[in-house]
Design a protein around this ligand. Structure first.
Ligand SMILES: Nc1nc2c(c(=O)[nH]1)N[C@H]1C(S)=C(S)[C@@H](COP(=O)(O)OP(=O)(O)OC[C@H]3O[C@@H](n4cnc5c(N)ncnc54)[C@H](O)[C@@H]3O)O[C@H]1N2
Ligand code: MOO
Length: 426
């Protein structure tokens, strides 16, 4: 067990992220309906097509299906002009709507009216869109030529039956759900969502709404905000979330978190991991936690461990911006790993800084920035100050510029890597 007064090991953010990730495997797979509720879920296995796509040759246009060779030409007004190839008049013998179950064959020398998506009769090799004809019902005159083979979408040209269309670890996006449905899938194999318990500690915390109308916030108290913020981050990372707020009571916290039947894959605590006299997470979970200092700002004090239930516990610092940034850097990758995702981290945007920055030596700094694309190229504008209590600046930002530990000054116009916080995958 790590002594509470022992100097804490220090790590880089990458080292701590790796230590947290190492505690999480993949959650079990489950089969779910391939409907809109599957949006954002992560595939646990490859998915193959049950059909050729398109399943048969079909028309790309409303028009006439025919044999191109039957269009021998329309004679111009002047009898001396040659007939125009690819034009001509043919009798119309049938009409084929989309979904027509008949397996039709076109005899030579005739045309059928055909609708977009309808199966092309065998023997027909070309569809002429109606606008290029006289739109005749019993006979059609093709007025403008189209190339042989035009406007037919060939069986299997998109996807062949049996081909792998989606891969394990991919997030189900709108387009991937569309492809799954088009290739015949009513259900899909995904990883179970991680279950996250968010625990906020601190006796100074007052839940918004818990005061009587007109009652002032007691002196020394603040509204509790980390739990909703962390729960929202966990939800956006694909987790099912429960929230508990616990006062600075070591026994109560220990009883909650050391329950061997705790129904959570990951416990995220906020607050109480520093060196103060009432740092309850540290005290309640001492034998289960590794307490470290991470060379980053914000987010220096961190804790990680495994609880008796098997849940991974990640102890984040209580300052609201610190816990937010720490979640992004340490917890989000863990949740994505548990959910089986191939991509664990946010996209990074390489952006031009619009204002100079200073950064503490030896610490990787995560700077709140607003991302804009004024000339089509990304720019990052620092928002607010550096304090890890400045929630207004956090809410006004949509990116975190990552300033490497060995960089202390960045001039306006420098390039920075920015974690793009705008995209939510789940
Ligand atoms: N002597 C030292 N003091 C501190 C150090 C240090 O190295 N030596 N580190 C500082 C840093 S950096 C951070 S970050 C904090 C982390 O402290 P804790 O994780 O123990 O967090 P708390 O003390 O419980 O709270 C810090 C701050 O955040 C507010 N808070 C906490 N929980 C919530 C919540 N759920 N909603 C809203 N606000 C919350 C709390 O009121 C405090 O103001 O320690 C520094 N101190
Ligand atoms: O490192 Mo603390 O997390 O800055 O405020």
């Amino acid at each position: 067990m790590q002594r509470l007064d022992a100097p804490r090991p220090t790590r880089t953010p990458a080292e701590h992220a790796a230590a947290v990730l190492a505690l999480g495997g993949s959650l079990p797979a489950e089969v779910i309906p391939a409907d809109v509720a599957a949006l954002g879920r992560i595939l646990s296995a490859d998915v193959t097509s049950l059909v050729d796509l398109p399943p048969w040759d079909n028309s790309a246009m409303d028009g006439y299906a025919l044999r191109h060779a039957d269009l021998t030409g329309v004679q111009g007004a002047d009898a001396h002009e040659p007939a125009m190839g690819g034009t001509g008049t043919l009798p119309v013998v049938d009409v084929v709507p989309a979904g027509d179950p008949r397996d039709l064959t076109l005899v030579p020398g005739v045309a059928v009216r055909i609708m977009t998506g309808a199966p092309v009769p065998s023997g027909a090799d070309t569809v002429v869109q109606v606008e290029r004809t006289d739109a005749g019902r019993d006979a059609v005159t093709v007025l403008e030529p189209v190339p042989a083979g035009a406007n037919i979408r060939r069986r299997g040209e998109d996807v062949a039956a049996g081909a792998t269309v989606l891969r394990a670890g991919e997030v189900l996006t709108a387009a991937r759900l569309g492809l799954a449905a088009a290739t015949g899938h009513a259900t899909l194999p995904v990883r179970r969502r991680p279950r996250v318990l968010v625990v906020s500690t601190g006796s100074e915390l007052v839940a918004p709404g818990s005061l009587a109308p007109g009652e002032p916030l007691p002196h020394g108290a603040i509204f509790e905000s980390n739990s909703v913020q962390l729960a929202a981050l966990a939800r956006a990372a694909g987790a099912e979330v429960a929230v508990r707020t616990v006062p600075d009571d070591v026994a109560a916290l220990r009883a909650l978190l050391t329950d061997p039947h705790l129904a959570a894959d990951v416990v995220v605590t906020s607050g109480g991991v520093s060196v103060g006299e009432f740092d309850v997470v540290r005290d309640a979970l001492a034998e289960h936690l590794e307490l470290v200092h991470v060379r980053m700002q914000p987010g220096r004090p961190q804790a990680v461990g495994t609880l008796p239930s098997g849940a991974v516990v990640v102890g984040l610092p209580g300052n609201p911006v610190s816990s937010y940034v720490s979640f992004e850097v340490f917890v989000r990758p863990l949740l994505r790993r548990l959910a089986g995702a191939t991509t664990l981290t946010r996209r990074r945007v390489r952006a031009t800084l619009t204002a100079p920055l200073t950064s503490p030596a030896g610490k990787e700094q995560y700077v709140r920035v607003a991302l804009t694309w004024p000339d089509g190229l990304p720019e990052a504008t620092p928002v607010g100050g550096r304090g890890s209590h400045l929630l207004g600046a956090l809410a006004a930002s949509d990116g975190l510029a990552v300033v490497p530990a060995d960089v202390t000054d960045l001039a306006a116009g420098s390039m920075v890597d920015v974690l793009d916080l705008r995209e939510d995958e789940a």
